[in-house]
Design a protein around this ligand. Structure first.
Ligand code: PRP
Ligand code: ZN
Length: 298
């Protein structure tokens, strides 16, 4: 009899906008894996996790069918698949937590000369998109009837070649729209990457998932946090602590040979910007150091 370790199975995007960030997140969680270019499956080292590399629109189905217990996918893809797929199991897929990367929006975009005054302007028009589910929902909510041309990619080109009057596509930096002479007219869906989970996970795998979630939370928190250190005149401490963003109990340390100044150390859970440092300087701080935090567990 051979001992078979229970392992959690995770579906992530093989290549595309979320692929690198998904891998990087796992690596920051201390999960290492070696993947060759054409590999569809691999086993993580140091953690009971197996990875499946698939097309992003297949990820919800992988999770719904139980081939993988969890996945990393954009909310845009998840919502679209739930709307258009005939697979009713997809409705059981749940978002576990947002992951903070892959932020983008699904927007209506129009060519120059299209006078967009809200969804009403789309009535009777032809719209090209790869997101017919989300676009149909939007049009239905707005009580607007329009024709949808379903395209797999290169949606941006449709107005120029006369296939459509306007498009509905993902926008991240806006560069693709600009290059194609299109302007973003209205956001219909805001998205980022999420961790998803299917129904019916067993207790052992749930335990692995809980460990993974704890690590992901640690990574996300550390990403948003900074460790800040500075010297402060004793009399200015109250003012300085009021300026510290998202930090409740800073550490106050003695400075050798000084009784007029102390050192302040604090973890700030909100952004520390140049403005924050300038505010601290104004309030009397000196020798200000801001350093990144690598890992964090509360
Ligand atoms: C999306 C979208 C645009 C581009 C927008 O495509 O369809 O083409 O990204 O990004 P930008 O605002 O930063 O220019 P994606 O990269 O997902 O590839 P696909 O269209 O081939 O699916
Ligand atoms: Zn595209």
């Amino acid at each position: 009899m051979s001992f078979q370790e229970t392992r959690l199975k995770l579906a992530i995007q093989k290549s595309g906008r979320l692929a690198d960030d998904s891998r990087e997140l796992l690596e920051k969680c201390g999960i290492r894996f070696i993947k060759s270019r054409d590999q569809l499956f691999c086993t993580a080292q140091d953690f009971p996790l197996d990875l499946f590399f698939v097309r992003d629109d297949d990820i919800p189905a992988f999770v719904a069918s139980g081939v993988c217990q969890i996945g990393i996918v954009g909310q845009n893809v998840l919502s679209e698949e739930i709307l258009v797929s005939k697979n009713s199991k997809l409705k059981s897929v749940k978002e576990v937590m947002p992951l903070g990367f892959g932020k983008c929006r699904l927007s209506i975009a129009t060519p120059h000369g299209f006078d967009y005054r809200g969804a009403e302007s789309l009535r009777g028009k032809v719209l090209a998109t790869s997101y017919s589910g989300l676009l149909s929902e939007f049009l239905k909510d707005q009580n607007v009837e329009a024709e949808i041309v379903d395209m797999r990619g290169a949606v941006e080109i449709a107005p120029r070649v006369g296939m459509a009057d306007a498009i509905c596509d993902l926008v991240s930096t806006g560069a693709t729209l600009a290059v194609n002479g299109l302007s973003e007219a209205e956001v219909i869906f805001s998205s980022q990457s999420v961790l998803i989970q299917g129904l019916g996970i067993d207790a052992q795998r749930q335990e692995i998932l809980d460990r993974l979630i704890l690590r992901i939370n640690g990574v996300l928190q550390a990403q948003n946090s900074k460790y800040i250190m500075f010297h402060a005149p004793v009399g200015a401490l109250d003012d300085l602590c009021a300026v510290l963003p998202g930090s409740d109990a800073p550490t106050i340390l003695e400075l050798q040979g000084r009784d007029d100044k102390v050192a302040v150390h604090a973890v700030c859970n909100e952004g520390v910007f140049w403005e924050t440092m300038e505010d601290l300087r104004h309030a009397g701080a000196s020798d200000i150091l801001v350093v990144p935090i690598e890992k964090m567990l509360e």
